[in-house]
Design a protein around this ligand. Structure first.
Ligand code: 13P
Length: 251
């Protein structure tokens, strides 16, 4: 049985005092849950989040990183820098980064390899646009993105990767994929992993759904055969609402 992993992606929200209060408020609400709980915070909040989450079951992740160790890359943060302050997870290839910051399948792949080199756990995002979905290309797009992201990783590294299937048209729009559609898309991603890395790896890899997840739809999504939890944007900004998503099985 795969574990459930529920991650909040705060995106560009939360000042340090808000982040501290959030972690303090969330910790007691999720302390005894079975699911793994992750908060992916802006760089400027990471140190505070790590400190305040220390004696809790909340894991901390970043939302991006460079693939180089160091050098003349003004404004960038390296995998080593994240690792050095104790960050555990990192989101790679979010559609907003692919759309606005020139992230490509190639840089996503480099970042995945760089993450494993320093022992960061990657959450890699794949997902189709509305146009691609309407053209009947969703499956082709997401399986391609998956194959290119994982290219050259060992079986153990693939097993340790979390994939987040986030259809772009469902992000921040209030439109959620139906649980059946999301589950089928995730099955297709799992089948692609099985084709390249074998059934055992595919059975183990965690694949989340993201896109307008909230407490009212989390249970339906997360109790399907293949959806192993969620990557949550807007609804991860309120401890109460986020804790209900984490406790989806009690809704
Ligand atoms: P929303 O939950 O706000 O739709 O965002 C999803 C997302 O992009 C998480 O990474």
């Amino acid at each position: 049985m795969r574990r459930k992993v529920i991650a909040g992606n705060w995106k560009m929200n939360m000042l340090p005092d808000e982040a501290i209060k959030f972690i303090d408020d969330l910790a007691p609400l999720v302390k005894d849950v079975d699911a793994e709980v992750i908060i992916c915070a802006p760089y400027t909040d990471l140190f505070y989040c790590l400190n305040y989450a220390q004696d809790t079951n909340i894991h901390i992740g970043a939302q991006n990183m460079h693939y180089e160790e160091k050098g003349a890359f003004t404004g960038e943060v390296s995998p080593q820098m994240l690792k050095a302050i104790g960050v555990e997870y990192v989101i790679i290839g979010h559609s907003e980064r692919r759309q606005y910051y020139n992230e490509t399948d190639e840089t996503v792949n480099k970042k995945l390899k760089a993450a494993f080199e320093v022992g960061l756990k990657p959450i890699v995002c794949v997902g189709e646009s509305l146009e691609q979905r309407e053209a009947g290309k969703a499956e082709e797009i997401i399986t391609n993105q998956t194959r290119l992201a994982l290219d050259g990783l060992t079986n153990d590294q693939v097993k340790a990767t979390i994939i987040a299937y986030e259809p772009i048209w469902a992000i921040g729009t209030g439109k959620t994929a139906t649980s059946e559609d999301a589950n089928n898309a995730i099955k297709a991603i799992r089948a692609e992993v099985a084709r390249i890395y074998g059934e055992e790896v595919a059975e183990e890899i965690i694949i989340q759904y993201g896109g307008s997840v909230k407490s009212s739809n989390a249970k339906e999504l997360f109790t399907t055969s293949d959806i192993d939890g969620g990557l949550v944007g807007g609804a991860s900004l309120k401890p109460d609402e986020f804790s209900k998503i984490v406790r989806y099985n009690e809704q």
